[in-house]
Ligand binder design. Sequence first.
Ligand code: FES
Length: 108
Amino acid sequence: MPRPKKHVFVCTQNRPPNHPRGACVHKDGGELLQAFWAELQKRNAHDTVSVTYSGCLGPCDQGANVLVYPEGVLYGKVSKEDVAEIFDSHLLGDQPVTRLLVPSEIWG
Ligand code: FES
């Protein structure tokens, strides 16, 4: 298996309703994960991009959160409508989508 150039972690953490930290799965994290997998399939980018579901990534109030390595770029409040842009700009074009970055005082 070739080592991917970009590894995407999509938070699908669940917690009980009314938990004080919330959870990305309640902010459509599951649908977001499916959208990333569908886009990966559509673009046949398996040799360069890997998409993995993840537990809590830390700043839950920013969710749904998506972490991209090797850069350690954290995207927040991501929806499935953002997935194509993340692929075009960052995963295949090496330019992070600045409008979705978690603020540096939270992820610095
Ligand atoms: S639940 Fe997703 S970052 Fe904490």
